[in-house]
Design a protein around this ligand. Structure first.
Ligand SMILES: Nc1ncnc2c1ncn2[C@@H]1O[C@H](COP(=O)(O)OP(=O)(O)O)[C@@H](O)[C@H]1O
Ligand SMILES: [Mg+2]
Length: 370
């Protein structure tokens, strides 16, 4: 067992002897370890994570958010679904009572209960899986509509601030320090022609026409834990980015990441397109949990949000390409340009099918709330 992990783990309220610790995943964002402890022959497992404090500038506030959210969900589930209540994320306190431990190097650590007999999937192999994942992110929203108290902290500033992203894009393009704009003319023109998309949702939110709710903000399939036997959703994890936001974004990110099976950096653009059966599965799952509380304007903008979030990602990849690959790691030349091309192709594909997709949303939501 790595000595330093053991020395970190002993700062948490684990009322048993630690017998094992191993690295589970070195994610893009956090490092995750599984701890095992033993007492009277009974083994309990925990998840220890080192929080990435370069991405999350204020881990204590982030943990305050997570504690409020997890406690609220668990309390609600104890009333409505006791078996699932014990399978929700719980923050294990550190010995000083806080939800995190800060080591001498300034790293922040936290511990959760390990969700047993549950799995995550890294890719969407079926429409059933897509439907269940979308349902769970809808469920997450439903659980939190009555979270009492002050608004949550903003764990990352300017998240989904597309107008800001477009400003940065324009600045980087104007400077074109590396003389790369010449390689990306069609993409630059496409972005420039579509900049009008950027303000639509924020304007609606500003006017109060779309409510600011609590968004998960990282609605990837591997952030849903499913029962390993039944494949039914158990809980939603990876709560670092939970903060005030628009509900439609959570659905939108699923459109971007789940309706197209091609990789984000696929060079064969003929493989990049929206799969309508996947989209329909997402709508069915999401609507099952949210149709009763989403407003008319929100429902009307679900597909639009999918467009916007894809556009935002296109802007981010393209900006990074022009800026010299400073944010997204690359493993080949023009990697970020390739990534921007897939986003552009996906966006074109959504635009092409937009009407049909909106009709589907209307139909499925109508059925769900009937
Ligand atoms: N409490 C938990 N119980 C069981 N497995 C977990 C738990 N938390 C995380 N995992 C596993 O570790 C993976 C990475 O954790 P996650 O919190 O999503 O971090 P990352 O930011 O790296 O995505 C998850 O996809 C899941 O498989
Ligand atoms: Mg994750």
């Amino acid at each position: 067992m790595a000595r330093d992990i053991k020395s970190v783990a002993k700062h948490f309220h684990i009322d048993a002897e630690l017998v094992d610790a191993k690295l589970l995943a070195r994610g893009h964002i956090n490092d995750t370890y599984i701890l095992a402890s033993e007492k009277h022959g009974v083994t309990s497992r925990y998840v220890l994570q080192r929080i990435n404090h370069t991405v999350f500038k204020d881990p204590p506030s982030m943990m305050t958010n997570i504690i409020r959210v997890t406690e609220h969900i668990s309390a609600k589930m104890r009333e409505i679904n006791a078996p699932l209540a014990s399978r929700q994320l719980t923050v294990i306190a550190a010995d000083d009572g806080r939800g995190y431990y800060e080591d001498i190097d300034g790293n922040f650590w936290r511990v959760y209960n390990f969700i047993e007999n549950a799995v995550t999937h890294d890719s969407l192999e079926s429409t059933e899986l897509a439907c269940e994942a979308a349902r769970m992110f809808g469920w997450f929203q439903r659980m939190l509509i009555d979270l009492p108290g002050p608004v949550l902290h903003e764990s990352i500033g300017d998240f989904h601030n597309t107008p800001r992203r477009s400003e940065v894009f324009q600045e980087v393009l104007a400077a074109d320090r590396l003389n790369r704009a010449k390689d990306a003319r069609p993409e630059i023109d496409f972005v420039s022609e579509n900049l009008g998309l950027c303000n639509v949702l924020l304007d609606l939110a500003g006017k109060g026409e779309i409510p600011v709710r609590i968004a998960h903000n990282d609605t990837k399939i591997n952030n849903v834990m499913l029962d390993e036997r039944t494949n039914k959703g158990v809980c939603v994890i990876d709560l670092d980015t939970v903060m005030p936001g628009l509900s439609v974004y959570d659905f939108a990110d699923m459109i971007r990441t789940a309706t197209c099976s091609a990789q984000e950096d696929e060079r064969d653009l003929s493989k990049v397109a929206v799969d309508i059966s996947m989209f329909e599965a997402l709508v069915r799952g999401f609507a099952a949990e949210t149709s009763r509380f989403l407003t008319f304007v929100e429902k009307k903008h679900l597909v639009f949000a999918g467009k916007l979030i894809t556009f935002e990602q296109l802007i981010r990849f393209l900006t990074d390409y022009l800026a010299g690959d400073v944010y997204y790691k690359i493993s080949r030349q023009r990697h970020n340009l390739d990534r921007s091309r897939t986003q552009m192709k996906l966006l074109e594909s959504i635009i092409e099918r937009e009407e049909a997709m909106n009709e589907l949303v209307e139909l499925v939501f109508e059925k769900s709330s009937a």
